[in-house]
Design a protein around this ligand. Structure first.
Ligand code: IPM
Ligand code: MG
Length: 359
């Protein structure tokens, strides 16, 4: 029997609660799926830092490299310096494991979840391919003469040909695979801001060059400001979208609203063929931590993406179908605390739906 070694980082706030529900679901699909998992827990979080002053080390990152996957809840603590633990853990994983693709599906499972009038599941089904190791997140920069009238702050965005090309190529391949298994457009949209930030022309040019190898894929472009408007105005136009690290961060929070809220949005941080990391998009939400009201669907869908990545396609689909059914049948009426369903109860509902599907 295949056994996967999976690193578990519950993290802060609601992170451990939603991870527990994700694992509950994973244990359920494991039973029928004919595979096993070995869970290795890691304590890194803001809360752990406050207690021990420990952050992620190179040695830990080396250990993560030997795993099959990492499942992360959320990182961020109100009493810790802004961004310190996020950079250590989340960017430690993304940069340390060179997880160059951040895959973020924007998929609506029930019309009632969408705040747009007249848009249903057929209209909202696109995936954002966010470049995940460069751009505005490069950490190149700093502050000089801090706190003085002469203070200078710099932040350098990095776009390498290798980094840009591998993201764009992944986008084209994804558009191709989606257009064969569904009746959708087969379209890749590049989102950048190359009109104002001229070095982003490397994106435009690389897109055009690589695009020549994909004549079967419709090729499209939008500046990021216009894109925020267009994804609300005509979300049905979009199939696969490829973009920079920061724009991908921003547009997927907006996109999560189209799917019913940040509570259901999931993501895969991938280095195809190597250890990859899976997480809900939401943060640690300290204001609702420990109340058993956080929506675990984002974490559960992240488990589905993890299973898909590991090649356990049946398990992945079973989780997705169960969540989709519970939402479409309005047994779960919203992907947030308004559903009136507790975190643990929602996890149990997904487990029961999976068992029904399997029976
Ligand atoms: C996300 C988050 C992170 C990011 C933060 C917590 C560093 O917003 O995963 O979208 O900016 O990428
Ligand atoms: Mg974000």
């Amino acid at each position: 029997m295949k056994t996967y070694n999976i690193g578990i980082l519950g993290g802060d706030g609601i992170g451990p609660d939603v991870v527990a529900e994700g694992l509950k679901v994973l244990r359920t699909v494991m039973k029928d799926g004919g595979f096993d998992c070995n869970f290795i827990e890691y304590p890194y979080s803001g809360a752990y830092y406050l207690k021990t002053k420990e952050l992620v080390t190179e040695k830990v990152i080396d250990e993560w490299r030997t795993l099959d996957a990492v499942f992360l809840g959320a990182i961020g603590h109100p009493d810790v310096e802004v961004g310190l633990v996020e950079r250590s853990v989340i960017l430690g994983l993304r940069f340390g494991l060179d997880l160059y693709i951040n895959l973020r599906p924007i998929k609506l499972y029930a019309e009632g979840l969408c705040p747009l009038k007249g848009k249903g599941p057929d209209d909202i089904d696109f995936t954002v391919v966010r470049e995940n190791t460069e751009g505005e997140y490069s950490q190149i920069g700093g502050i000089l003469k801090k706190g003085t009238p002469d203070e200078v702050a710099t932040s350098t965005s990095i776009y390498t040909r290798v980094g840009v090309e591998r993201a764009i190529r992944y986008g084209f391949e994804l558009a191709r695979s989606r257009s064969t298994d569904r009746n959708r457009q087969g379209r890749l949209t590049l989102v950048d801001k190359a009109n104002a930030i001229r070095p982003q022309e490397i994106w435009t040019r690389t897109f055009a060059e690589v695009g020549k190898e994909y004549p079967d894929i419709k090729q499209d472009h939008a500046y990021v400001d216009a894109f925020t408007m267009l994804m609300i105005q005509k979300p049905e136009w979009y199939d696969v979208v490829v973009t920079t690290n920061l724009y991908g961060d921003i547009i997927t929070d907006l996109g999560s609203m189209l799917q019913g809220g940040i509570g259901i949005a999931a993501s895969a941080n991938l280095h195809p063929g190597k250890t990859s990391m899976f997480e809900p998009i939401h943060g640690s939400a300290p204001d609702i931590a420990g109340q058993n009201i956080a929506c675990p669907l984002g974490a559960i869908m992240a488990v589905s993406m993890m299973m898909d990545y590991l090649g356990e396609k049946v398990a992945a689909k079973c989780i997705e179908d169960s969540v989709a059914y519970l939402l479409a049948s309005a047994q779960i009426s919203s992907a947030d605390a308004r559903s009136g369903i507790s975190t643990t109860q929602m996890g149990t509902m997904v487990v029961e739906q999976i068992l029904k599907l399997a029976a």
